[in-house]
Write a protein that binds this ligand. Sequence first.
Ligand code: GLP
Length: 261
Amino acid sequence: MEVIVLEGAADIGRIGADAVGALLARKPAAVLGLATGSSPLAIYDELATRCDAGLISFREARGFTLDEYVGLAADHPERYRTVIDQVFVSRVDFAPGAVQGPDGLAGDIPAACTAYEHAIHEAGGVDLQILGIGTDGHVAFNEPGSSLASRTRVKTLTRQTRIDNARFFGDDVESVPTHCLTQGLATIMEARHLVLVAMGRSKAEAVHQLVEGPVSALWPATILQHHPHVTVLLDDAAARRLQLIDYYRETYRSKPTWQGI
Ligand code: GLP
């Protein structure tokens, strides 16, 4: 796991966009895993800027989103599908239909989950998955207690996650859906490169557990310790509880230029 502590959102956006850019340069038809939430926004902004400038193109690429609320109307502004279109997909040059997400309005939810797993597999798997992390250590919507071998399925959101996400629902926790569809931890672990972003003090404990804690379903993100290629992009506030922070800083400072991200 490579831990990179950066000054702030702009640097995180730049390094994250560099990783996506390097992938697209060697594989224009790459499959990207897209996360919603505020953490990846700096990366999406930077990618949109580079796309506008003609430095990067998503024309041949495909995308799969991580998760979706169950039951939010198709025109609801907080539907993850709507959000990801707005903050990223519509701002770059993906071909129509190139980005898919789990269907939170499906009549047959288990069938929709199976179909989603199948679609990712048919596309050849995800090359680079962008991730955020919840304050309780969830990734996508794999809440504490999730099976570390889980696949795409329905989950019940914890009260904490609903409180955290109430800010998008007029600060009304009761308006936050109770259920979601989410890629499972095993699904996410199959992506070839995971780029996880965390910013702010509220993420410090989850980040400490992710990087340095014991692997446990109580902190679902800790399963990433078993992945061979993870890049964790942090600001100082999110990194403040890391025990080995000086070592991570030194490792990044002295990283050989040939090593790439
Ligand atoms: C949500 C999403 C996650 C996201 C997390 C953190 O619950 N399902 O995919 O990583 O919250 O969000 P944020 O980046 O806004 O802090």
